[in-house]
Design a protein around this ligand. Structure first.
Ligand code: FES
Length: 565
């Protein structure tokens, strides 16, 4: 098999000429023949002025290049698209699969013997791993790392659990606009990803646990020297992987996915991680069984005291020993024979874990934060295909609840009516949002964290049962049932709920049910019509998305990107 510059020659019908031309052009950048005979490590550049979570990428690329060269390789950085949560319309999830396609095809199209994937903001690492899994070139992941914490009036703050908590206080009238203005400058004080156990941190920690990133890569702060040293070490590891030929397929086994999902439960991680790792697994023909994941949740306790489930932040997790220390605590539940791109197995990483005396971020198995894991899979008449509840971030008294449905027909309806003073709503009602799934919104936005109606927020209500076919940010908290499948826009039962119906949530029994007789449901189904398609869906990427996107239980990947189609 061809390596380095000889790999994937451009099709001119004359291989010798293709290589001659390629060498001529690359020499235009001043490379010598010696440099061009080295293993080539591609390094993804995902920085952009729209992406503060990737603001340290130029520094990481410089360090990674140093690592590649010290190990005898030739580094070649190349751009892919950059996606930031708050700068992507209509939602970053709409663009994740585009980034996966971009990454896969650029890895495949350009001559590289291995690739270092640098990403971090929520959708980027999943997209990169989906692309790398399909391209199956040796790959290593370097997250950009979490921000440092912020401070306001003696309180420690973090994006974006505290963004939501303080915004809720503002809606309730207890924080004024001037204070919010000051706070907006304190919540995200450095470059890097959100420093709570949101989606970015969850994915970074799971990536370390599954063996695609070096020990420490999931947690080291974005702005610390540790992160830069990790970049250098990742560059060197990428050269070793190129020489060995170890590909993602060698690392991403069914047992490795089970390890990563065990970690997801133990860190009280983001609900989004289940979708993303399902998509990555799907690229390799591996199915993630929702019921098996729920069983894992009943067995694996939450051991991490970190927001939004607990009280600490990512930098505290790092200094407490990070993922290796957590893996040591989880070892009896893991397959520690699984390989890591670090060179050994999970058992080797656990053996090297730093045991920090007196730390209180990573709990022992005998003193968990929550006895059951973070996430529960529900079924029932409202979610025959399954739904997800982050139990560890819910209000315990609401986990068994029956209430009256208050239905919003989509995002525009929600925005128009949620704060209407005439809205008939009470604290024990169940807020329902539909047509916010993969096809319905489109892109399954993070709208499942429905705001508490203003008049209830002002009366001191902090949580209500909320149900939708949307996702929610990993940084959010509350008694929130998400990903109801099938989504309303393709005929799921959420589309048949009417305001005034009774809904019962029984988290212990893993049920979410609509208490409406079957004959009435049949009548409503006969009258149901799908919502109008989104504007502009007749062409381009939106058309591709609407035609190809799968439901959450298949990772919201594109159907044509899964193997064997
Ligand atoms: Fe980028 Fe939170 S917005 S990680």
């Amino acid at each position: 098999m061809a390596h380095g510059l000889r790999k994937g020659l451009t099709s001119y019908g004359d291989a010798g000429f293709s290589l001659f031309l390629r060498r001529a052009f690359i020499k235009a950048m001043g490379f010598t023949d010696d440099a061009l005979d080295r293993p080539i490590v591609g390094i993804t550049d995902t920085a952009s002025d729209f992406n503060p979570c990737h603001g340290n990428v130029p520094d990481l690329i410089a360090a990674a290049k140093r690592g590649v060269m010290l190990a005898g390789g030739l580094p070649m950085a190349f751009p892919t698209i950059s996606i930031h949560e708050s700068f992507a319309y209509p939602t970053s999830m709409f663009l994740r699969n585009l980034m996966a396609l971009d990454t896969e095809e650029m890895i495949r199209a350009q001559p590289m013997d291995s690739v270092l994937l640098i990403g971090g903001c929520d959708k980027t690492l999943p997209a990169q791993m989906m692309g790398a899994a399909s391209a199956d070139v040796p790959a290593i992941v370097l997250p950009t790392g979490p921000m440092l914490v912020g401070h306001y009036k003696g309180e420690v703050l973090g994006a974006c659990t505290d963004c939501r908590r303080l915004w809720a206080q503002h809606r309730a009238g207890t924080l004024d606009a001037a204070e919010m203005d000051t706070i907006s400058g304190r919540l995200a004080p450095t470059k890097g990803t959100c420093m709570v156990m949101g989606t970015a941190s969850t994915i970074a920690c799971m990536t370390e646990a599954i063996g695609l990133a070096l020990p420490g890569a999931g947690t080291a702060p974005a702005t610390h020297a540790d992160r830069v040293r990790l970049a250098e070490a990742s560059g060197a590891a990428a050269v070793r992987l190129a020489r060995e030929g170890t590909t993602p397929r060698d690392i991403l086994t069914p047992a490795a996915f089970r390890n990563a999902l065990t970690v997801l439960q133990a860190i009280g991680g983001s609900t989004n991680a289940l979708i993303h790792f399902t998509a990555i697994a799907g690229r390799l023909g591996i199915d993630i069984d929702l019921d098996a994941f729920d069983r894992l949740g009943r067995e694996v306790p939450v051991l991490l005291d970190l927001k939004p489930t607990g009280s600490h932040y990512m930098e505290h997790f790092h200094w407490a020993g990070g993922v290796p220390r957590l893996l040591a605590e989880l070892a009896p539940r893991l397959d520690t024979s699984q390989r890591s791109i670090a060179g050994g197995t999970l058992a080797d990483i656990i053996a090297g874990a730093e045991m920090v005396p007196g730390q209180d971020v990573i709990r022992g198995r005998d003193a968990p934060i929550h006895v059951g894991g973070g996430l529960a899979v529900l079924h029932g008449s409202l979610a025959p295909g399954g739904a997800l509840l982050k139990r560890s971030a819910a209000t315990p008294r609401l986990l068994q609840h029956e209430g009256r449905a208050v239905v919003f027909d989509g995002l525009a309806d929600l925005a128009a009516r949620i704060d209407d003073p005439t809205l008939e709503v009470a604290a024990d009602d169940v807020l329902v949002l539909r047509n916010a799934g993969p096809k319905g919104a489109p892109g399954m936005p993070e709208a499942g964290y429905l705001p508490i109606p203003r008049k209830l927020a002002e009366a001191g209500v902090k949580d209500m049962v909320r149900l939708s076919d949307a996702r929610m940010s990993g940084t959010a908290f509350g008694t929130i049932v998400l990903h109801a499948m099938p989504e309303a826009a393709i005929g799921g039962p959420l589309g048949l709920v009417e305001t005034g119906d009774r809904i019962r949530l029984d988290a212990e029994a893993r049920r979410i049910d609509l208490l409406v007789p079957p004959e009435e449901m049949a009548r409503r189904r006969a009258l149901w019509t799908p919502p109008p398609p989104p504007e502009g869906g007749g062409r381009g990427y939106l058309r591709l998305f609407l035609e190809q996107v799968l439901q959450a239980d298949q990772g919201c990947d594109f159907a044509f990107c899964r193997p064997g189609r």
